[in-house]
Design a binder for this molecule. Structure first.
Ligand code: AP5
Length: 227
């Protein structure tokens, strides 16, 4: 399997499983691009484009954004990476079997399929507490948790000093809808990657540093696959 800066990796996991936290560290350590469809859609919403505002309505309700609006923005980024040869960590994509098939169809003509898919597994009862307590830097996007990963100074980002905010979809009611959507979609997606012998399940109900260690070990050792 290609390792280092050319690996092509997917992180699956429920809302709050730690995809964003882990993708940021793994991408930075391996020199990969971190591609978060949630971040891309939030940026489009903040820019106020028609597509962005449409996406925002779905996100605020905890529903999936229609494929047409997600695939366009993601595939544009992938095209740039194809040209540069840099690998990537996908965070929050795919979420449905149809998205997984669309991704494979996109990568096939480039002759470089996915290398590894991880599912970060965390019991549901832990996820709500993680999401409701999450705070995000409005300036640089770094994430915190009021209890599990607090900033040094309350309400301020350690990295850039920006103000920490709560995401609009991190309220208990929207979190519950997001979890329901995840559980409706994940089984066929899991089967799809299992059949291709790409899926590794990682126990995400541990300190983030231990999860990172397992991800990096599995990425450097394809024989460690399981799940
Ligand atoms: P998105 O932004 O991708 O949200 P999500 O998948 O619901 O995942 P989260 O970002 O909430 O959680 P995470 O797993 O990244 O956890 P994190 O590391 O932040 O998507 C938002 C919306 O956009 C979707 O609902 C949908 O509407 C739309 N969308 C996005 N992609 C789409 C697609 N492909 N198709 C259609 N629609 C799409 O961690 C969470 C918290 O826990 C943090 O506070 C963190 O500090 C803490 N934490 C992390 N790890 C640990 C740990 N090991 N122990 C304790 N705390 C931890």
């Amino acid at each position: 399997m290609p390792t280092g800066t050319s690996a092509r990796v997917v992180l699956l996991g429920a809302p709050g499983a730690g995809k964003g936290t882990q993708a940021a560290v793994v991408a930075s350590q391996l020199g990969l691009a971190h591609l978060s469809t949630g971040d891309m859609l939030r940026a489009a919403a903040a820019a106020g484009s028609e597509a962005g505002l449409k996406a925002k309505a779905h996100m605020d309700a905890g529903r999936l954004v229609p494929d047409a609006d997600v695939l366009g923005v993601l595939f544009e980024r992938l095209e740039g990476l194809r040209r540069s040869g840099q690998g990537f960590v996908l965070d929050g994509f795919p979420r449905t079997l149809e998205q997984a098939q669309a991704l494979d169809a996109r990568l096939a003509p480039w002759g470089r399929p996915l290398d590894q898919v991880f599912e970060i597994d965390v019991p549901d009862d832990r996820l709500t507490a993680r999401l409701v307590g999450r705070r995000v830097c409005g300036a640089c996007g770094r994430n915190y948790h009021v209890e599990f990963r607090p900033p040094a100074a309350e309400g301020r980002c350690d990295a850039c000093g920006g103000a920490l905010v709560q995401r609009r979809d991190d309220t208990p009611a929207v979190v519950s809808e997001r979890l329901a959507v995840y559980h409706r979609q994940i089984a066929p997606l899991r089967d799809y990657y299992r059949r291709r012998d790409l899926l590794t399940t990682i126990d995400g109900d541990r300190p983030a540093e231990l999860v990172t260690k397992d991800l990096l070990a599995a990425l450097s050792s394809p024989a460690a696959k399981g799940g």
